[in-house]
Structure formats: C-alpha cells, structure tokens
Design a protein around this ligand. Structure first.
Ligand SMILES: [Zn+2]
Ligand SMILES: [Zn+2]
Length: 313
C-alpha cells in the first residue's frame, strides 16, 4: 500500500527527474559573445555587416553598438529581437548608432512588451526623443489601427557622462571607461563582469595604454583593429584619401598596438573585430594576426559575422 505521504514523495521524485532532464540535456553555454557585425565604418556592402556585438549573460541578451544591419544579424543569429534587455552605444559615429532606434522599433514590431534600457554617451536621450518624433505617424497609426501597446515608454535611455558603473544586475556589472577616438571624446569602452568571466569591448579607439589598465586580467578583450598596409591601398582608391588617412591613423589602433594592449592587460583571449578596412579581400586572417603576435602570446580570435565565442573561455 502506498499512503498519501509516499505518494507525495513519489510525485515529488518524478517531478525532480522531469525537471533535471532538460537541465542535463542543456549543454549549450548560457553566456557567450556573438559577433554580429565586424566591418568597421559606415559604408554598407555585401560582405561583413557594420559594427554590432551581442553579449548573452545567463540568457540575458545585451547588444553593444547598433551599426546598420544589427536587427537582421540578430535574427540570423537566432536571437528573438524582443528578448533584448539592454543596448549600449559606445559613441555617436553612425556605424555604431545608425540602427539604434530601428532596432528598438523592430523589437516592437515583433511583439515587444517589456522595457529595453539603453545607455550611451551624451545625446542618446535626445536621439531617443527625436526618434519618436520622426516616427510619430507610423507609431500612432499602428497603436490605433492594430491595437499595439505604445512603444515609447518601453525604451528607457540614459546618457553616460562619466567613467564608472552604468548598470548592475544580479548577473552583470557594466563599467564605462572613456577612451580617445579623435575628434570624439564622448566615447566609451565597456567592461562586463559576469559569472562566466570578464569581457571588455574597446569601442573605436586610438592606441590607448590606459585601456590596458582598464582591461587588466579580463578573460576576453574585444578590440578594434587597423591593418596599415591595407589602409594605404584604401587611401589610393578614395577621393578624400589624404584626409581619411589622417583620421584613421589618429583615431584607430594598428594591429601591432592592439598586441601591445592585450599583452599589457594580460587577457586570456583577444578577439579582433571592427576591422579597418573591413572589406579588403586581400587581407587574410594571418595578416590581421601577424603583428599582434609580436607582442601577445595568448589566444587570438579573428572575428567573423555571426561567430560565437562561448563563455567561460
Ligand atoms: Zn566605428
Ligand atoms: Zn568611430
């Protein structure tokens, strides 16, 4: 005979088994980096997409930068856009913010019902307000005509004006660090401290040894990279070549200097993304890594669109 208490125990036992099964079956990591767009610069091409990254921490998706194509790349990566919880913009060059408002709009179009918090340098709050003015006709028509919720209260933007902690949740602490990207000074690298490791995104940056201090001991440093021989080829092809070269050299970091930063910071993995130039078929992965290796002996990842880097590394 099984009395009620035994029956309850059995029932609880079988529940426990039922709950354990999917957990055991779940071998894919709950934290990862997904490189959504790896080509530096605002020009849209048929190759790599413009700059954007995704960091998933314990199933919480965080988008870092919104270059053109970010929404499509999220869909291609199998990430439902309405699941995004946070958006961080590093600086207000268009290859990092052009699809900011539209990414949020696309989340709304796909059924968003929970808020997305966004953070970025001064101007993000104004940009958010202006976005709703730009799209007022469509948004108000759809609310009325299709019975959708008002999206405007669901995008909560905050300007970052100084270095320091910008977000802290039980899963992740995000710290901003100003780094020079002439002529832009409101430009932030971000550090994510997670249960699965520390990840730092450099933003676009001139060679900045202080960034190595900010990234010290990180598990992964995602750093922009410029390949000088290809910049010379690019400059010859471009009408505004001389001015462009001056801008690129003053505001980005050569592969050799990226190696110096990664070595000084002592990171476990260096991932190169935001390639300058990002669409020169003559530049191979070996070219990107060669001068980095002069200084950095750790693991180097040459990012490609939609490549995933599981955490911990
Ligand atoms: Zn850029
Ligand atoms: Zn930039």
């Amino acid at each position: 005979m099984i009395d009620r208490r035994d029956a309850l125990k059995l029932a609880l036992g079988s529940t426990a088994v039922a709950l354990a099964a999917p957990a055991l079956a779940q071998t894919k990591p709950r934290s990862k980096i997904v490189f959504l767009g790896t080509k530096g610069g605002p020009r849209v091409g048929i190759g790599a997409s413009n700059p954007a990254n995704l960091l998933v921490v314990n199933d919480t998706p965080i988008v870092i930068d919104c270059g053109m194509g970010v929404s499509r790349q999220l869909v291609r990566a199998g990430v439902p856009i309405p699941s995004i919880k946070y958006i961080l913009i590093s600086h207000h060059h268009s290859d990092h913010n052009l699809e900011y408002g539209n990414l949020f709009y696309n989340a709304w179009a796909a059924g968003l019902s929970t808020p997305i918090h966004s953070f970025g340098p001064k101007g993000l709050e104004a940009m958010t307000k202006t976005y709703w003015e730009l799209n007022r006709f469509d948004v108000e028509t759809r609310i009325e005509d299709e019975g959708r919720p008002d999206p405007r209260p669901l995008l909560i933007a905050r300007d970052i004006t100084d270095d320091g902690v910008v977000l802290q949740t039980p899963d992740v602490k995000v710290t901003a660090f100003r780094t020079p990207h002439p002529p832009i000074t409101d430009n932030f690298a971000y550090k994510f401290e997670t249960p699965d490791g520390v990840v730092v995104f450099s933003s676009d940056t001139a060679y900045n040894p202080k960034l190595a201090e900010f990234a010290e001991g990180a598990d992964v440093l995602v750093h922009e990279a410029m390949y000088l021989p290809a910049v010379d080829r690019l400059v010859i092809k471009t009408k505004n070549g001389a001015t462009l070269k001056k801008h690129l050299l003053a505001s980005h970091t050569s592969t050799e200097d990226v190696g110096r930063i990664a070595a000084a910071a002592g990171v476990k993995v260096l991932a190169l993304s935001h390639f300058v130039p990002g669409d020169d078929p003559e530049v191979s992965d070996d070219d990107w890594a060669r001068d980095v290796k002069k200084h950095f002996a750790g693991r180097i990842v040459i990012a490609k669109d939609l490549m995933q880097l599981p955490l911990p590394v």
